[in-house]
Design a protein around this ligand. Structure first.
Ligand code: SF4
Ligand code: SF4
Ligand code: SF4
Length: 267
């Protein structure tokens, strides 16, 4: 397999995000994804200035590990590997309180993979601390008694593989999805526009802070204010490529081994 990235960025979706996903998906676990959403994300990265920026700072060919990676999954199973991407985006549906149509059959309790639902005398009860907003209980209820209380995206940032692998950090404290489920543990979903804004701000922040061998995950790990920066409420100091010291990406990073001839050529 070639280690050359075909592009300065990669937007990768699981098979549940394909064209048919807004009508039920090509995977039985997929939650509906708005048509054209991945193309919209690609446009955001393409128009952010990142491709020209990367070509400007990389002397020599753009390699696999230079590419900015966005991974979209249509459910928390994460087949597109959002937790090792620079920005991972996961479709989420959170159930609301059951309607009178509920027969207390117990199916939602039995099929919840995360033990986040129990069916009690007065009906189903969500345990939000366990719920991953996979929507399975909503889709499979035979009476359609569980409404979608909140629909949006979980966003995780700063994942990477390589010599110092890191799982992405879930953004918390961002909430652009209108309507409250009454479950305080489920307050971190973003709507489509919120995701676009977070992605745009992530790229702007990375370009401002960019320096030799700095991966986006390093930046996220070093800054507890990541959520505020991606919300655009806490911009960093402006740093342009012209002000940056000369960089050589054709030599391996002594700390990580990444770079031409180094050990960190895998993502
Ligand atoms: S992440 Fe979920 S929806 Fe996407 S392919 Fe995997 S199981 Fe299916
Ligand atoms: S699966 Fe539907 S009908 Fe059965 S207990 Fe859950 S909400 Fe009620
Ligand atoms: S949304 Fe998924 S994790 Fe949450 S209660 Fe329903 S089945 Fe369980």
């Amino acid at each position: 397999m070639s280690d050359r990235a075909p592009s300065p960025f990669i937007v990768n979706g699981c098979r549940g995000t394909t064209v048919a996903s807004s009508r039920g998906g090509t995977c039985r676990f997929s939650l509906p994804v708005p048509d054209g959403f991945l193309a919209r994300l690609e446009r955001v990265v393409a128009e952010s200035g990142w491709p020209d920026f990367l070509r400007d700072v990389v002397r020599g060919p753009i390699l696999h590990h230079h590419a900015f990676r966005v991974a979209v999954s249509a459910c928390p199973n994460g087949c597109s590997r959002p937790h090792i991407a620079d920005v991972g985006i996961i479709r989420a549906w959170t159930p609301g309180r059951a309607t009178d149509a509920c027969t207390r059959c117990g199916l939602c309790e039995r099929l919840c993979p995360d033990h986040a639902m129990t069916v009690e005398e007065d009906g189903p009860r969500l345990h939000p601390e366990n719920c991953l907003s996979c929507g399975l209980c909503i889709k499979r209820c035979p009476e359609k008694a569980l409404p979608v209380a909140r629909e949006g995206w979980r966003v995780v940032v700063g994942g990477r593989l390589g010599r110092r692998p890191r799982l992405a950090t879930e953004l918390d404290g961002l909430d652009e999805v209108p309507g409250a489920s009454g479950f305080p543990g489920q307050s971190h979903l973003l709507d489509d526009d919120g995701v676009v804004r977070a992605l745009r701000n992530a790229l702007a922040w990375y370009m401002r802070e960019y320096r030799l061998h700095l991966r986006f995950g390093d930046l996220v790990a070093s800054d507890p204010a990541t959520a505020a920066r991606l919300a655009g409420t806490l911009p960093g100091p402006v740093r342009t490529p012209e002000k940056m010291p000369p960089m050589r990406f054709d030599a391996p990073d002594p700390a990580t081994g990444e770079g031409e001839g180094g050990a960190g050529q895998t993502p």
